[in-house]
Design a protein around this ligand. Structure first.
Ligand SMILES: *Cc1c(COP(=O)(O)O)cnc(C)c1O
Length: 223
């Protein structure tokens, strides 16, 4: 299927999910995850109107970024090793996988200005997933005050692959509630307005539960 057709379907599904919760579809940013596809397919996504792209590995990111450059905003969505921070800072608009102090320290050191970061939370507790324990998230964010180039714009999670809508809703609600807790602290360096949650399998549910950024790969550009 061409990307434009897939995108129309996704936008329609987002509108339906928003209608259920009285949300404005414009509040939701679709991040096109291009990790499975070629540069040609990525360019097709841009022509179709995608303005935000996500990559989860450094090599894939650098390869796509070299061609696409600032035709899109870039989101680094995968695990980031500290020694690779210098290669992404200055090129990415947001990092969705901040989950440890050593990484914050490195971002702070390498960046010339504040970097938008999502703190990754392992809501489901699956040990294959990266991210903080929900109970440790607020104290982790409080420690980030020391790093003037780290700005916490929101929280991110990856839900387990599941067909159980109630279970997935529970994961998304937990992240939304944690976001509200952090936001209520009114930390100047952590406005924490955003929620990066929802992928091909579950983005409608995530939008119903408050997602502001959905990360869609296979349903949009294919796998
Ligand atoms: C691959 C990936 C996605 C997109 O996955 P799809 O199921 O293909 O939509 C989203 N977020 C992260 C962190 C990913 O690694």
């Amino acid at each position: 299927m061409d990307v434009a057709t897939n995108l129309r379907q996704i936008q329609y599904n987002i509108e339906q999910a928003c209608a259920k919760r009285n949300r404005n579809p414009e509040e939701i940013t679709i991040i096109g995850v291009t990790k499975y596809v070629t540069i040609e397919r990525t360019e097709e996504a841009i022509k179709a109107g995608i303005t935000n792209l996500g990559e989860n590995r450094l090599e894939g990111f650098l390869e796509k970024h070299a061609y696409i450059q600032d035709q899109a905003s870039w989101h680094f969505i995968g695990t980031l090793q500290s020694r690779k921070v210098k290669d992404v800072v200055g090129k990415v608009d947001a990092i969705h996988s901040l989950d440890r102090i050593s990484l914050a320290k490195e971002i702070n050191k390498r960046a010339a200005e504040p970097v938008d970061c999502f703190v990754q939370v392992n809501v489901s507790g699956e040990d294959t997933k990266h991210g903080l324990n929900p109970d440790d998230t607020l104290s982790f964010i409080k420690q980030l005050e020391a790093f003037e180039n780290v700005r916490v714009v929101g929280l991110m999670t990856m839900a387990p692959h599941s067909d159980d809508a109630q279970y997935l809703r529970g994961v998304f609600r937990r992240l939304a509630s944690l976001r509200n807790t952090v936001k209520a602290e009114q930390l100047p360096y952590a406005p924490c307005n955003d929620l990066s949650m929802g992928m091909s399998n579950d983005y409608q549910l995530a939008v119903e539960e408050g997602a502001t950024h959905i990360r869609v790969g296979s349903e949009l550009v294919g796998s």
